[in-house]
Design a protein around this ligand. Sequence first.
Ligand code: URA
Length: 240
Amino acid sequence: MEKIRLDKFLSNNTHFSRSEIKIALRRSNITVNGAIVRSGDGKIDPESDEVLINGNVVRNFEKVYLVINKPSGIISASADKTRKTVVDLVPDEYKHLDLFPVGRLDRDTTGLLIITNDGEFAHKVISPNNCVEKCYRVVLDDEIPENAVEIFKNGITLADGTKCRPAKLEIINKTVADVTITEGKYHQVKRMFGVIGLGVVKLHRLSIGKLELPSTLKEGECIELKGNEIYEETLKLTVS
Ligand code: URA
């Protein structure tokens, strides 16, 4: 792997500012392969050299993929002046990584959301051309008519004339269903049920592709997945 300056490696991969890194260097709090280093100018190999700051190993972050169980009331954005965002919920160690959510869930929607700094991956998951399935558990305000499965299967036309692709509807009970769509139009699921006269009381995303929300992940919690795992699970692609 290409070598980079130690100070650049540290500022790319930790939450320490450049001046805090200088102080740590001066205080002999940084080691490379066990040897104290007092200057940030030297180059290191991020893959083979072990760098410690204040006794903690510095990971070579690059691309990061987090799966969060989004709670209701939080917006799907990187930053907002007044409201809390999903990126505000990630642990501090990831905060310096320019993360953003892959697509959007409405403020009141809960469940699986991927947060990353890999723009190419995000584009692939969101792009309707890739037909990545997104499955939602929906609680409705009235009974689901029997012909709803057929109506969804044929592709619903929304109130404003927008045509949706065929969607899979699996009825769980009278007022609960799982719906799978392969695109992400604005408020799509709510508007699709609106067409058949039903209001969405609760919307929760269960999966993206084969990637399911882990049942042990509590609302607001997140876990990190490796790049190859997440590509394979969502896009059925492997990365080297
Ligand atoms: N469809 C919606 O209506 N809302 C979401 O948050 C996601 C899909």
